[in-house]
Write a protein that binds this ligand. Structure first.
Ligand SMILES: NC(=O)c1ccc[n+]([C@@H]2O[C@H](COP(=O)([O-])OP(=O)(O)OC[C@H]3O[C@@H](n4cnc5c(N)ncnc54)[C@H](O)[C@@H]3O)[C@@H](O)[C@H]2O)c1
Length: 401
């Protein structure tokens, strides 16, 4: 069986690596540089090992391509392209449309099309199927299914094999074939009654995180105002064995999912006349955290950051990954600069970002820790500046939330 995977990023390459043990995989991506690098056996994604990739290439089980024609013979296609927001923060399905165009223009026989990209309920039925059909050169009855991706890049305890996976088909046959495909490399598959349930469940999972992170971020501000330690308070609450789940405060949320997916849910809710006030407010609270943090740093430093040499430590959106999409560090840096601080950043995992390079972890007036990678030592952080503000709760001895 030949499998085509459209999009070779975090999700698509991870699936390619797992499916590549069982199927012949063609990884299609419209980024030429990514494709060349993959065909040279170099993985650009944490968790996908370059040696495994090289072995799959040598065995003739994997190759990457930018040519839609190379997908002509596949039996199944997985869509794993970005679903970001437009500049006015609306769902942007342009990458999905382009993936549907690739399928429509290149696939002449009926296949199974599975969407793994995150989107709002109704995307598979009302957008993907009609768009593929619109671009198809003749009438073809493809099968359509959804299986939202739950990969957590950089995580070691849960992966494609042991993370339970939801799925649903537009037809029973689509669902059956989807189950057959994933059961080859995933232990726990859960069928739901419609694609819309799977799509909504995925959005709710990340909305749950967004809202709870906003709640704990607000709580951190309350405990500070009350002179109580937020971490000790959360640990105390967490001794309750049921009905409580611990989240920890931070500079905000980042990555491609948590800041974005709840907005997809809010947009579709509002389109259907249902309020999404709670979801919208959670997003705002998380975005406002950067301003709160910079305010605390300024307050502790005589109320004036003008000309101060400030080092932001960790600009990836979470520990141990190089992903800077939607990182809270960007807002923290913007606020610091707006107050006249001279800002540089240190992140050995990211190395270069927005035309700037990682600065040495030393010699600053102030350090603000936004993300702490395991490779960065507490002692080095504490020695890097006269004053260290830690937003992660992991740097012992620093001032913090
Ligand atoms: N990264 C995660 O942790 C994660 C987890 C769960 C779900 N998701 C969802 O999975 C989807 C993909 O996310 P990702 O993190 O893998 O994105 P990514 O940016 O890492 O990778 C997407 C890849 O798709 C390519 N691409 C874009 N448009 C294309 C097109 N029309 N044809 C071919 N290639 C195209 C890009 O060049 C890129 O290499 C999104 O909907 C995301 O929300 C991501």
């Amino acid at each position: 069986m030949k499998v085509g995977i459209i999009g070779q990023g975090y999700v698509g390459l991870t699936i390619s690596a797992f499916a590549g043990d069982k199927f012949d995989v063609i990884g299609f991506d419209n980024n030429k540089r990514v494709v060349e690098q993959l065909n040279d056996g170099i993985s650009h994604i944490e968790g996908v090992d370059s040696t495994n990739l090289q072995n799959s290439i040598k065995a003739g089980r994997y190759r990457a391509t930018t040519r839609g024609e190379d997908l002509a013979e596949v039996d199944l296609i997985v869509i794993a392209v970005p679903t970001p927001l437009t500049p006015n923060r609306q769902p942007d399905l342009s990458h999905i449309e382009s993936a549907c165009k690739t399928i429509g223009e290149n696939i002449a026989n009926p296949i199974l099309v599975i969407n793994e990209s995150t989107s709002f309920p109704g995307t598979l039925r009302n957008y993907i199927k009609p768009t593929v059909e619109r671009y198809s050169l003749k009438t073809i009855e493809h099968l359509y299914a959804i299986s939202p991706e739950r990969v957590d890049p950089g995580r070691r305890d849960f992966n494609q094999k042991n993370t339970p996976r939801l799925y649903a088909g537009l037809t029973k046959e689509a669902a059956r074939k989807t189950q057959e495909f994933y059961s080859k490399f995933c232990d726990n598959l859960i069928e739901v009654s419609s694609p819309e349930v799977a799509e909504a469940a995925k959005l709710f999972e990340n909305t749950f995180r967004q809202v709870n992170i906003a709640l704990v971020n607000e709580f951190a501000q309350i405990t500070h105002a009350l002179g109580i330690n937020v971490y000790e308070t959360l640990d105390a609450a967490n001794t309750k064995p049921y009905g409580f789940m611990k989240f920890t405060p931070s500079a905000g949320v980042g990555g491609h999912c948590i800041p974005v997916d709840p907005t997809y849910l809010a947009a579709v809710a509002e389109d259907h006349g249902a309020p999404a006030t709670f979801i919208r407010r959670a997003n705002e609270v998380n975005l406002e955290m950067s301003e709160y943090i910079v305010g605390r740093v300024a307050e502790d430093n005589g109320g004036n950051l003008k000309g101060k040499n400030v080092l932001v430590v960790g600009v990836a959106y979470k520990p141990n990954v190089a992903d800077v999409r939607e990182t809270a560090a960007e807002l923290v840096i913007d606020h610091l600069r707006s107050l006249g601080a001279v800002v540089s950043w240190h992140d050995d995992v990211v190395s270069s970002w927005k035309g700037e390079s990682s600065a040495p972890l030393s010699g600053a007036d102030i350090a603000v820790v936004v993300t702490k990678h395991d490779s960065v030592d507490d002692k080095r952080i504490l020695a890097s500046a006269h004053y260290v503000f830690d937003t992660t709760g992991k740097v012992k001895g620093a001032t913090g939330l």
